[in-house]
Each structure stands twice: as structure tokens, then as C-alpha cells.
Design a protein around this ligand. Structure first.
Ligand code: URA
Length: 204
């Protein structure tokens, strides 16, 4: 990906999305994170998948959805016939937010303000890719894309729209599955699988 953002004068070379993102100071999350994590995938992807924010492993790798939630996503996507490499996969917030706990870094949910500041970057990705469909995974993505995070469980499986008219299919976040007790996890996993299958079919 290498969208030209702005050309201030003829001496300054155009900046790539990644370079501009890596210098982001729009909110304080950059200070403690290792790096900003941009989305990845084809610039002409028919489907955009939006998660919450990079986790511990994504923060270190600089790539989205490579840790436990990403591995679970890959497993369910494979069963649903959704080819991850055909989609553009990104996050509503581009820096990892955490609290240190001994040697571990515990995930913290991004605030409404952080989500709003980071929408700048998601909007640029949406302008570049112009997907036919966006899959919103979880309440943070839903908030960023529709302006309303309430009632995720009731809205899941539905299709809504961004303010500029792109359809948004709503599903649960894969890390929600990781927190469920093993008795209820299969039902929730089946819901996500059905949503991923629908996303794949709608963008085939
Ligand atoms: N969870 C997310 O929402 N995004 C990632 O990239 C990884 C975990």
C-alpha cells in the first residue's frame, strides 16, 4: 500500500500511508506502543475487515491479527470459505493500548476519544480501498464505523451503513470467543462463522 497523502511542495517526496501513520501523534497511545500497525491486503479488496486495535503480538510484529485472536480468526475464516488474503484487514485503532502487569502487557479497550482520533486513518484506508462491504468485528469497530457501539449482540448479523453509505456487516470479535467458557463458545463461534461466510459470499 502506498497511497499518496499530500504533496506540500515540489521538493518533498510524497509520503506513504505507512510513513505518515508511523509518525502519528493524534492521541497519546503512540508513546507506549512499539509501533503503529497499518492494515494489510490488496488496495482493490472487495471486503474490508475491521478489528479493534493491535494486541501484544501485533504491536511487536507490526502486522494486524497475527496473535491468538488472529489465529482464531484464520481458523474460522477457513471454515467459512473466506480468503483472508483477498480482504484488506485492519483495526479501528492503530496503536496497542495496555497496562504493564509484571512482564506482561494487559490489553485495555480504547476510549471513545482514541477511537475518534484514529478514525482519520481508517477513513484514509477506506478511501483508498473503497471496499464493497466492511465487516465490523466487535463494539470498537462498530463504534468507529457507525458512530454507535450499543447493542452489539442484537445488531450482530445485520447490515448497516457508514455515514458515506458503505454497507457494514456486524459480527463479534474473535477475542470475545477466547473469553467465553468452553460450554458456550461453540454457539458463538458458529455465529461468527455464519457472518464470515456471508461476508465472503457478498464479495465473491
Ligand atoms: N485484536 C484486534 O482487534 N486486532 C488485532 O490486530 C489483533 C487482535
Amino acid at each position: 500500500a502506498g497511497a499518496i497523502l499530500a504533496r506540500r511542495d515540489t521538493q518533498t517526496p510524497p509520503q506513504s500511508f505507512e510513513t505518515a501513520l508511523s509518525a502519528c501523534r493524534r492521541c497519546p497511545l503512540w508513546e507506549n506502543a512499539t509501533q503503529a500497525v497499518p492494515g494489510e491486503g490488496p488496495d482493490d479488496a472487495p471486503l474490508m475487515i475491521v478489528g479493534e486495535q493491535p494486541g501484544d503480538m501485533e504491536d511487536l510484529a507490526g502486522r494486524p491479527f497475527v496473535g491468538p485472536a488472529g489465529q482464531l480468526f484464520d481458523k474460522v475464516a477457513a471454515r467459512a470459505g473466506l480468503a483472508r488474503e483477498r480482504a484488506y484487514i485492519t483495526n479501528a485503532v492503530k496503536h496497542f493500548k495496555f497496562t504493564p502487569r509484571g512482564k506482561r502487557r494487559l490489553h485495555q479497550a480504547p476510549s471513545a476519544g482514541e477511537i475518534a482520533h484514529c478514525r482519520w486513518w481508517l477513513d484514509l484506508e477506506r478511501e483508498r480501498v473503497r471496499p464493497r462491504l466492511i465487516l465490523a468485528m466487535g463494539a470498537t469497530a462498530l463504534d468507529s464505523l457507525t458512530g454507535d457501539r450499543r447493542g452489539l449482540l442484537k445488531r450482530r448479523g445485520g447490515i448497516e451503513e457508514t455515514a458515506d453509505g458503505t454497507p457494514v456487516l456486524i459480527t463479534l470479535h474473535p477475542s470475545y470467543l477466547l473469553r467465553l467458557p468452553s460450554e458456550t463458545r461453540p454457539q458463538a463461534e458458529a455465529l461468527i462463522e455464519a457472518d464470515l461466510r456471508r461476508a465472503a459470499e457478498l464479495t465473491a
